[in-house]
Design a protein around this ligand. Structure first.
Ligand code: DX5
Ligand code: ZN
Length: 219
């Protein structure tokens, strides 16, 4: 699978969000990762559809919207209208996950499902083939700048095996604690799409860090 880098604007300077997004485009970002948090599902509050809509005209880079909210389907059309190209919902909050995934596909956006670190892979058993991407959280969601949880390496490898056995084409995205120090190892375990917030935005050259990370993942 092709290596993709998805800078998370959670770690961007919000006072100049548009410029930060343009900078990520210049650096060759494959996606702009947008973390939506509701202070219920996760202990933090970020942005919603109006902010996504406001930054949509500044770039052609597709938007990867990660919904860390209790009721993602309630406002799903608003995120699609605001300009989401890919939407990730959490399995933990969706009893009718298959229905939610089908809805996203019908609306013409990429459908992805995320699992918190402690959520087992078997919740994907009967939806995997319907997905474009699985997002494995490699930290407990809510904040940027946390450390990668080591046992997630095993989870990434198991998911990769599951996907290969079924011969389906599903991206494995990882989110949390991804940096130049561990991206190669995580790629070797089977991930191909890398969300990175603090390691990109706190780098002396954030745009340059995108290609450095890509090269490391490809090596
Ligand atoms: C965490 C978010 C992440 C966050 C990652 O809950 O889903 O996307 O921005 O931040 P870093 O890369 O700093 O761990
Ligand atoms: Zn995220």
């Amino acid at each position: 699978m092709v290596i993709q880098i998805a800078p998370s604007i959670l770690s961007a300077d919000f006072s100049k969000l548009g410029e930060e997004v343009v900078l990520m485009e210049k650096g060759g970002a494959d996606w702009i990762h947008i973390d939506v948090m509701d202070a219920h599902f996760v202990p933090n509050l970020t942005f919603g559809p109006p902010v996504i809509k406001a930054i949509r005209p500044v770039t052609k880079v597709p938007f990867d919207v990660h919904l860390m909210v209790d009721n993602p389907m309630e406002y799903i059309d608003d995120y699609i209208k605001a300009g989401a190209d890919s939407i990730t919902v959490h399995a933990e909050v969706l009893p009718h996950l298959q229905r939610s995934v089908t809805y996203l596909k019908q609306k013409g956006v990429r459908a992805a499902v995320s699992l918190n670190p402690s959520t087992p892979l078997n919740v994907l058993e009967y939806v995997l083939e319907d997905l474009d991407m699985v997002l494995l959280m490699t930290v407990n969601p809510g904040f940027g700048g946390q450390s990668f949880i080591p046992s997630m390496m095993r989870k990434i490898s198991s998911l990769k095996k599951m996907i290969d056995e079924r011969q389906c084409k599903v991206d494995i995205q990882v989110d949390g604690g991804i940096s130049l120090n561990n991206i190669q190892k995580v790629a070797k375990a089977g991930a191909n799409c890398f969300v990175a917030g603090s390691s990109i935005f706190s780098a002396p050259d954030p745009a340059g860090m995108i290609s450095q990370m890509r090269r490391a993942a490809e090596s």
